[in-house]
Ligand binder design. Sequence first.
Ligand SMILES: CC(C)(COP(=O)(O)OP(=O)(O)OC[C@H]1O[C@@H](n2cnc3c(N)ncnc32)[C@H](O)[C@@H]1OP(=O)(O)O)[C@@H](O)C(=O)NCCC(=O)NCCS
Length: 218
Amino acid sequence: MALPDAVPHLRHGPVVLRAFEERDADLVVSAASDDLIPWITTVPTSGSRRDAVEYIARQHSRLQSGAGYPFAIANSETDEAVGQIGLWLRDIDEARATMGYWIGLGYRRRGYLTAALGALTDWALQLDEVERLQLFVEPCNEGSWRAAERCGYQREGLLRSWQQVGSLRKDMYVYSVVSGASSQGRRPAGSRSGRRSTSTRPGPGSGVRVSGTDLHRA
Ligand SMILES: CC(C)(COP(=O)(O)OP(=O)(O)OC[C@H]1O[C@@H](n2cnc3c(N)ncnc32)[C@H](O)[C@@H]1OP(=O)(O)O)[C@@H](O)C(=O)NCCC(=O)NCCS
């Protein structure tokens, strides 16, 4: 599957991934008050609606400029936006793409990131141009790396002083999943190890449904 020229609609379990719309501005406004999100994203710190609408416009321009695919993560029943996830293509000439994401303060620990990351990972690994997906996580950000591991990403190591976050240099774990990794032991995205088998929360993975005419290119 070739890189599409529009943001696709990916539906799985509790989430749908779709393009941002102006009606999602309240979520962006609320993210301004998070301790971390404005430091690692371009979410505006002002908390003003106008800046939030501009942020949404910037998401659309990222697709047009080839920077990558920005998605709103929405509740699949209500279509209410609960977070953001992006597939970024800066290193696509090397067949690498990078994931980045956040979930709004009022929506955490409900499995939204795990579902969204699993759905986007499954989709991205079908792209002809992508051989490796990677993400970078602070060691203290347990919610982020637990979701990554749930979705089949493997921790490759600790990158020391990797990234400026606010006024500090931060170490980051680097995680990846690679194309064809099933032969190297990758579990289907979002699948659970026996260790956690008592959970009943729906996981992403095999049931991702895609819509959007641009995706039917081989
Ligand atoms: C990190 C973040 C995206 C997690 O989103 P989420 O929707 O709450 O994650 P999930 O509900 O899918 O949880 C994933 C796993 O992490 C665990 N988890 C979530 N938050 C956690 C926390 N604060 N501490 C410890 N574990 C946590 C969940 O219990 C779940 O574990 P399990 O799969 O073993 O049951 C969210 O906290 C966030 O947006 N933080 C600020 C921005 C950010 O950190 N972005 C990522 C930068 S790498």
